[in-house]
Write a protein that binds this ligand. Structure first.
Ligand SMILES: Cc1ncc(COP(=O)(O)O)c(C=O)c1O
Length: 413
């Protein structure tokens, strides 16, 4: 499994040794982990950073004057600066820690958009959004009379920025769009979408839960207003994500949750709030997870984000080509610009059955609607199987996927 030649100095065999879980077996077969779009495995530097922090530096943050609290606060704020660097944000106080991508988007819905929505106001989104970038807007529809305006994708799964621009009216309050689809792999032209939306005075939220994983992100260059990301898909721990929001927006946003650490002063009669980012981080934050996330971002940059993306796309292109050579397999999502996420259906086999049989061969893929039911509807499928590639996958694993598919087709005749 590790015998792959090095591509451009990219030593996948060495990288795999950083991920202890990859050497385990599943159902007696070597694990072929291709469910990375759901969550990625964690390298030793992340596990070690968490272990050593909890073992020798742990305390609550921003509260104590004692040594450990100071040290933990420093690690926590270092992690914020690490995320700032990762996204190339202008200011560290533009990074709000959340428990994941979902919470980051909900924060924008509750703190930024809800106070601005009058009945009939519009939110523009695409049919390929994850439920995390749909349901918070449905809340505003149900509770405040917002109107969701859906922008379609082409049969290849491409999103035309001009269609977004055409959907914007004088009533549009936000464009909410994914940077990369978690089903189709489509990479949106975020820069152009932002340019067109801003020309009409409309801010843009990007769901970067997948987009941040494959390649570099520069929120300053994109000029995006809000960017949501999640740690567990970036080889970091669960329970940690971040929202990037422009400072100018944060200054206008009301607090999301109330509690400790987000206040300036509380009296019996009144409360005043801290500035961002603390204003949006009520309660004890996920301290340990931020340390793990910072280590994961260090790891990604040490390997090289562009190199990783190139490696992943080599695998994904090969997998797509080999899948197409199989009779009765249809790939859903063939955008020109896409990441290493491949959805497919094997005609006559339910996506769950397919995933179950592949699992018996040791191949972990996801089967189902992938939290994107409007997209399933668009492509007229109940679900798809999805293989998604990470920095540690190999060409041999692509072949293992194809071989396991052959087995599934044999079983289902
Ligand atoms: C595109 C996209 N958006 C949002 C999410 C939600 O992220 P989280 O589960 O970390 O809240 C996911 C993860 O499944 C995703 O793929």
């Amino acid at each position: 499994m590790n015998a792959e030649p090095h591509m451009n100095g990219y030593d996948v065999a060495a990288l795999r040794r950083d991920f202890p879980i990859l050497s385990r077996k599943v159902h007696g077969k070597p694990l072929v982990y291709l469910d990375n779009a759901a969550s990625a495995q964690k390298p030793k530097p992340v596990l070690d950073a968490i272990g050593s922090f909890v073992t020798s530096e742990y305390a609550n943050v921003h509260r104590g004057v004692h040594f450990l609290s100071g040290a933990a606060t420093e690690r926590y704020e270092d992690a914020r600066r690490r995320v700032q660097r990762f996204l190339n944000a202008a200011h560290e106080d533009e990074i709000i820690f959340t428990k994941g991508g979902t919470e980051a988007i909900n924060l924008v819905a509750a703190s930024y958009l809800a106070p601005r929505i009058e009945p009939g106001d519009e939110i523009v989104l695409s049919v390929m959004e994850h439920h995390s970038n749909i349901v918070p807007w449905h809340f505003l529809r149900e509770r405040q009379g917002a109107v969701l305006k859906w922008v379609d994708v082409s049969d290849r799964g491409e999103l035309d920025p001009a269609d977004i621009a055409r959907a914007i009216t004088a009533k549009t309050r936000l464009v909410a769009i994914s940077h990369m689809s978690n089903v189709l792999g489509t990479k949106t032209d975020l820069r152009q979408i932002v340019r067109l939306a801003h020309a009409k005075g409309v801010p843009v939220l990007a769901d970067g839960c997948q987009g941040a994983v494959h390649g570099t992100v520069d929120v300053k260059d994109l000029d995006v207003d809000f960017y949501a990301m999640t740690g567990h898909k970036l080889y970091g721990p669960t329970g940690i994500g971040a929202l990037y929001a422009k400072r100018a927006h944060l200054k206008t946003m009301r607090p999301y949750q109330g509690g400790g650490e987000m206040i300036r002063e509380v009296t019996r009669a009144n409360v005043t709030y801290a500035d961002a980012p603390m204003r949006f981080e009520a309660g004890t934050p996920p301290i340990v997870q931020t340390v793990g996330l910072a280590a994961a971002l260090d790891y990604l940059d040490a390997v090289g984000r562009e190199k990783i993306a190139a490696h992943e796309m080599t695998l994904a292109r090969s997998a797509a080509r080999k899948l197409k050579e199989l009779n009765g397999v249809r790939i859903i999502g063939e955008a020109e610009e896409k990441g290493p996420i491949i959805s497919f259906e094997a005609i006559g086999i339910h996506a769950h059955d397919l995933a179950t049989i592949l699992d018996r061969e040791g191949v972990a893929v996801r089967g189902g609607h992938h939290c994107a039911q409007p997209l399933m509807d668009r492509f007229n499928v109940a679900g798809t199987a999805r293989a998604s590639f990470a920095l540690y996958n190999t060409m041999e694993e692509v072949d293992a996927l194809i071989a396991a598919l052959g087995e599934a087709r044999r079983v289902f005749g």
